[in-house]
Design a protein around this ligand. Sequence first.
Ligand code: FDA
Length: 397
Amino acid sequence: MKKADVIIIGAGAAGMLCAARTAEQGLSVRLVDHADTLAEKIRISGGGRCNFTNIGATWENYVSKNPRFARYALSNYTPQDFLALVEKYDIAWHEKHRGQLFCDESSEEIIQLLYRECQRAKVIWHRPCTVKDVEKREGLFHLNTTDGLLQAPHLVIATGGMAAPPIGATDFGLSIARQFGHKIVEPRPALVPLIFDGILWESYKELAGISLEARIADGVGKKAQFFIEDILFTHKGLSGPGILQISSYWDGHSPLYLDLCPHIDLERVLIVDKQGSKQQLLTVLSQYLPKRLAQHFIRKNQLKEEQNWAEVPDKALRQLALSIKEWQIQPKGTAGYKKAEAMRGGVDTADLDQKTMESKKVSGLYFIGEVMDVTGWLGGYNFQWAWSSAIACAESL
Ligand code: FDA
């Protein structure tokens, strides 16, 4: 029987930071992970450069049944706090876009930072190690593992979400939560491309490869949930940062509304400026949209590319502008966990303490990171949640 004060299952972003900080406080910590390679999700993140935080992260950047749950942890351990740790390890970084901080060199630097923090604090590793079952008896958690029996009064579940199953993502955390009587908010792929019905998408296939800025709203929160971000046409549907963002809000059946020309009052420029022009319709519309997309919408509106702009009736121009500014499209589904960057849903926060991440149902049991029903926007928010929830938990142990 191998004993410890704390056992943490999952040596990813949240698990390693929590283990290091807890052990630094003088507690004995055993960190268990089933994967052969350490922290693969960090390694592949941010295109290999790990977008390790977002400098502006607040609870409003998270999707959850109760987004305010994240408020305490995020203000207790902020993006600046993690940045200070990054700088302590002399890791060069840069801000890419809207507060997104990336390593200049490689994600490996963040993995090494976490690993060295764990080594310095004398965390005991069990890796690769599979947990066969977990029980709580007489105030202690008993874990039957491929490394033998482990026992501790505190158990932290940091096994992440189900995105990217080929690199070790599992629903283990959700099963443990259910075993101990926790409710689960239905898990679904998030930050994921959207796919469309083959017949519907046939006419859009020719647009594959086009990328442009769009304003996107989902059917439910047509007014509330929108982003102006890049979208990308693919052979099967839509991708790009804007689509990944809205995918975390999409309810699975409503249409999406896209404004493909978000910074221009297209109806006004097409109607008011046409007087006396000798330009062709395609030439004009191509000033505001990629040429192939302009051609597509002209044809879809039964107009002709070479038509003289000044001669197109106002009514037809109004309809053309509307079809571009309020493009309504019905996704068939998502590209699934294989292509997702996160899981939406997870362990319901209603039964967790927002200051400690401890279960309100089973004392000594904690959930941190992506396994919980707290899903960040694209852009470093998910790692920030992993760091902030890990520290909130560690400080309470
Ligand atoms: P994480 O997934 O990091 O760790 C979970 C650990 O638990 C893993 O080591 C796993 O092996 C282990 N585990 C799982 N099941 C187990 C079991 N049954 N037994 C034992 N161990 C088990 N976020 C962001 O903020 N910026 C970014 O740039 C990116 N980029 C990105 C790219 C891609 C392709 C993906 C798939 C995801 C991202 N993310 C991201 C999301 C980010 O990677 C994710 O939110 C965090 O890693 C979550 O941290 P956790 O510690 O909760 O889980």
